[in-house]
Every structure is written in C-alpha cells, then in structure tokens.
Design a protein. Structure first.
Length: 272
C-alpha cells in the first residue's frame, strides 16, 4: 500500500494537465501512486495522458456527472493511506513539498498546508487556522489541493456528495471535523498553486454556491445554526454594551480632563 495516492481530474485542459503532471513527476517523494480521471476531453488531453501512462497506475476517460463524480471515481481506484486531489491546472510549488508535508503529518486524518492563489498571474498565499471549528466552516473551508486526507475517512464515513456542484469538498471537511471528530494538523508551508479560473471562483456562481451551503447546513446542522445565531446575537449585544461602557468611560475622562485643565488655568491666573 503506497503512502499517498494523487488524483487529478481533467476536462479539456491539456495545458493545465501538463503543468499539474510535471509538478507531480518532479517530486523527490516516491512512495505514491498517480491516477488521472478525464471527463471525455477532446482537446488533446488524452494524448498528453498517454505520453505518461507508464507513470500512472490508472487512468480513464469517459463522460461523468461533474467534478465530484470524477473525484469519487478516483477514490474507488486508489490504495494509498492518504489521498491528494490535485486537479488539472493546479501544481505543487516545488519538488520537496510532499516529502515535507508527509513528514509533518504525525498520522493525523487531515493534514493541510498553505495555498498559493494564482489570480491572473498575481500570486499570494492563503493560510488556514491551526484550530478548526464549526464557526470557521460557516465562513471558509480547507483547500483539497493542499490537503492530505486519509482514505479511511471516505471508506468509513462518506464519499463526496455528487449532488453539490462545487461545495462538496467544503461539506466533506465540515462533516469530518465537526461530526466525526477527524484529527487534523496545520503545516505552515506553501504547498500547491490554485488557479482562480475554476467554477467556485467565478462571481456569477457565488449565489448558488451560497444556497448549496445553506441547504447542507439546514439539513445537517440546523440546531447548531440556531445556537450559533443566538451566540452571534449575544456577542453583538456584548460588543454594543462594551462600546457603551467605553463611551461612558471616555466621557467621564473627558469631564475630568476639562476640570483639571480649568483648575490649572484658574490657578495660573491667581498666581499672577
């Protein structure tokens, strides 16, 4: 059983696929198997895959039902202890990163690094917190391209929800951390470059992405949402109350200051 299974899904992105595969093949870490799941590309991607098929343990090309259907196909073929989903267009930052992340994993269920975002050629790092919570997942997620995930989580609990168009990885991380108490570790290391041309990065898709997230939360975490809403309201009231106290204190100090200044002025004139 290899330590790591790397899965790349692709659809008509031959140039991105080349970049992704080159970053994998250049790794000093060798205890891995590599799979490519293609969705029936017609742009030359298949030729690119065939060039390197001797380095792949498995590849296929057929129409699928979407991103997560393709990712689940890959999961069903792998044998590694950990899985890494590095989709076409994404690539590892250097040849040592997998070695470094695996060495730091300490056997945790999920190990995640820093994502380097490529926004039309402008690169910047997106880091993630050391402590994860339900409130965190209400606002953000973890990057599947920068996360090693133990295969047993998919086998024992759930695969990706294929009914969700681009939020199933978020739902998976939310469930693993908040429902099934998966262990995790943050490694403060830039790991992979994420290209911003995907579905979830397009502004016109944000509304239905938000609706998908709301549906997941209402279906599985309605009680948590009610509690979180009440906590949020309490926190807001506490902030308002604290601000009122600060205002009162500032007003009191201002009055004291005016008295002191006034007394000093009177004292000055009496001296004269």
């Amino acid at each position: 059983m290899p330590k790591l299974s790397i899965i790349t899904i692709n659809l008509n992105n031959s140039a991105g696929l080349q970049k992704t595969m080159a970053s994998v093949f250049g790794q000093t870490f060798t205890d891995y198997e590599y799979l490519v799941i293609d969705g029936g590309s017609t742009d030359g991607s298949i030729d690119e895959i065939k060039k390197h098929q001797n380095k792949l343990v498995y590849w296929m090309s057929e129409k699928d039902k979407g991103i997560y259907h393709a990712m689940n196909k890959g999961i069903q073929q792998v044998k590694g202890e950990y899985l890494l989903f590095l989709n076409s267009g994404d690539y590892l930052v250097n040849n040592e990163v997998i070695t470094q992340l695996v060495a730091a994993s300490e056997g945790r269920d999920i190990v995640y690094g820093v994502m380097v975002v490529d926004d039309n050629g402008k690169l910047y790092n997106k880091d993630y917190p050391e402590r994860l919570s339900f409130s965190y997942f209400l606002k953000d997620t973890l990057p599947h391209s920068c996360s090693l995930i133990k295969r047993r989580l998919f086998l024992e609990f759930e695969l990706y929800n294929e009914n969700l168009r681009s939020t199933s990885d978020w739902a998976f991380f939310l469930n693993m951390i908040c429902k099934y108490n998966a262990t995790y570790k943050r490694v403060p290391l830039p790991f992979a470059v994420f290209n911003m041309d995907g579905i979830s990065s397009q502004k016109e898709n944000w509304e239905w992405i938000l609706n998908d997230k709301k549906d997941v939360l209402k279906k599985n975490y309605s009680a948590f949402l009610d509690d979180y809403k009440r906590m949020d309201e309490c926190e807001l009231q506490l902030k308002k109350y604290s601000q009122q106290l600060i205002n009162i204190e500032n007003s009191r100090l201002w009055k004291v200051r005016n008295r002191v200044v006034g007394f000093s002025v009177v004292k000055f004139f009496f001296k004269k």
